[in-house]
Design a protein around this ligand. Structure first.
Ligand SMILES: Nc1ncnc2c1ncn2[C@@H]1O[C@H](COP(=O)(O)OP(=O)(O)OP(=O)(O)O)[C@@H](O)[C@H]1O
Length: 253
């Protein structure tokens, strides 16, 4: 993130931060004033996101960290295009995408449990988006081999996903998410279903993977160690961003 060294209350007056720049300028993701309210039973509403500003520079991996219910997943869904905003805007690479439906944003989502298709092979899972796009079989096979290599599972294209470990399945889910060259990779607690060792292993690779794939990543997590893997960390509380900076700045050394 370009405002990596800026935390609330520490902004030098002469500094022009992306928050103050008009949306549309600059590469990467800009969320401006995003507000999401959910209706409650009594006819009122709960504010899940309260005028949130978020900037993610292209090719960075940013972690959104915070306690349960603080609005992390809602923010991720706003970026993905699954939430109706009560106020605010979402821009990517200088283009406003606020009203653009999820499948037209060119972003990929990876969830906690990977959600692989068990009736398909590993390779068919990874190639899924390419097949829908009509990419030739030969090119698909090449790309699948590249991606499986990238996630540390070379030579597994013919495997049945049910024979893989939890960590391997998450790697396949990441490869599948990257197959269509997404402009953004949106990761919702991608490691939390894994046991500690696998979490450490895959976590250590995650930032390198995002960088190697040349994509921009947003990682939602409630785990401090997981957040440390990112280039920068955004800390949320009760629907607001309360700190932004490098992992050391936000979480301490
Ligand atoms: N569909 C919904 N209808 C009503 N309220 C919702 C809905 N989705 C989320 N909320 C509320 O919005 C707030 C933010 O929820 P969100 O799922 O974004 O939090 P979170 O930080 O991702 O939590 P967790 O880590 O537990 O997944 C919470 O108070 C939650 O109860």
């Amino acid at each position: 993130m370009t405002e990596r060294h800026v935390t609330p209350g520490q902004r030098a007056p002469e500094q022009v931060t992306p928050e103050h720049a008009p949306p549309g300028r600059g590469d990467g993701l800009q969320v401006r004033g995003a507000t999401v309210r959910y209706p409650t039973r009594g006819g009122g509403s709960v504010t899940a996101l309260d005028a949130v500003d978020l900037t993610v520079a292209r090719r960075d991996l940013v972690a959104v960290l915070g306690p349960s219910g603080c609005g992390k997943s809602t923010l991720l869904r706003v970026v993905a295009g699954f939430e109706r905003l009560a106020a605010g805007e979402v821009w990517f690479d200088g283009r406003e995408v606020t009203g653009v439906p999820p499948h037209r944003r060119g972003f990929s989502l990876v969830f906690q449990d990977g959600q692989l298709f068990d009736h398909l092979t590993v390779g068919q899972n990874v190639a899924y988006a390419l097949r829908i796009r009509g990419v030739s079989r030969r090119r698909r096979e090449e790309r699948v081999a590249e991606l499986l290599e990238l996630v540390g599972l070379p030579g597994t294209a013919e495997r049945d996903p049910r024979t893989l470990s939890g960590g391997q399945r998450q790697r396949v889910a990441l490869a599948r998410g990257l197959a269509a060259d997404p402009a953004m990779l949106l990761l919702d607690e991608p490691l939390s279903a894994l046991d500690r060792d696998l979490r450490t292993q895959l976590g250590a690779d995650l930032r390198a993977l995002v960088h190697a794939a040349g994509t921009t990543g947003l990682l939602v997590t409630h785990d401090h160690d997981e957040a440390r893997l990112a280039d920068s960390v955004v800390l949320m509380e009760a629907g607001r961003i309360v700190a932004t900076g490098s992992p050391a700045e936000v979480l301490g050394a």
